[in-house]
Design a protein around this ligand. Sequence first.
Ligand SMILES: [Zn+2]
Length: 379
Amino acid sequence: MASKARRLSPALVVFLAILCFIVGAAAGFLGAARNNFLSPVDEYAELNSHGKGGSIHTSTEISGDLQIHFLELGNYYTGDCVYIKAGDTDVLIDAGSKTSSVPTISSYLDQYVTDNKLEYVIVTHAHEDHYAGFAAKNGIFDLYECGVIIDFAQTNQKPTATMYKNYIANRDAEIAAGATHYTALDCIEQNKTDFELADGINMKILDSYYYANKDSSGENNHSVCMLLTEGENNYLFTGDLEAKGEKKLVEMNDLPEVVLYKAGHHGSKTSSSTELLSVIKPQIVCVCCCAGSAEYTSTENNKFPTQEFIDRVAPFTDRVYVTTIFESDEDKTFNSMNGNITVCSDGEKIWVVCSASDLLLRETPWFEEKRTCPAAWQK
Ligand SMILES: [Zn+2]
């Protein structure tokens, strides 16, 4: 039975209004105070606009038992350097972009690598923007004790090429000092593909056609490919593998859907094929490049990250991050785009921490000026 509404006296209305104001103000104050002390889990701010991967967030705190860091390299050149911290295990994938990047890389690593040992080093392929830091004098192999080195099985580099020669000499010195060495092909042939990095966190060297078969057209398809797994969450790293290598990768491995994909070949139009993306369906894509640099091309749409790459990734996610942005050729200047990008996981929740801006690629002024927004990102 409906009860008849009672009429409130004016005095009671004023009293209730004041009470509401006081309670509201107190709640606001407590909320503001709490914001200063939020744990990373509490601080999540939902970013995904496509309804998938609802457990991915942004935060300001680098923590969690799995951290994947995409490093800026201290110059206006494109290159890769990915540092993975899995519990107490340290993994370094590549050390580009120039030999002069080593101090930038080591000062970053030294915040996390407390015992001066990299348990695993992966050198994806013999291009300067990936292995310069290993070929350098006083480079990564000099600065850190390395446990296991996994590198490319094929190269077109001449044995006399200076950087290649220096890489081999430094690597072999590290092996002589006690490091274990496998090429990616050794891993496959010796059935040494799976490495437990920490409790519940595993690294798998994937099979790739161009470990056993040389690609005379270039180095990129020789890239060592790796899948990192924690529970149901997967993370894929393919170096500079290009479309024909990606096609073989899909055929030769039972690839899962992934939380994170390091954009192949710095967001080149020749990598991140739909054939690969439609299998892995990435939720986060990190691009290691100096956005808009004319280092490899003067064609605007083909500068990293390319329009074609963006168009192919867009149907799967808009959560695309880019390390660095090109400023000026004349002054050789660069700036942080997202800066150092860290994808963190506590085994359940995943969050992204950027040292500079948190903007997604599509939200950046660079994108608005230089790229055409794909239909999937216009929704
Ligand atoms: Zn590269």
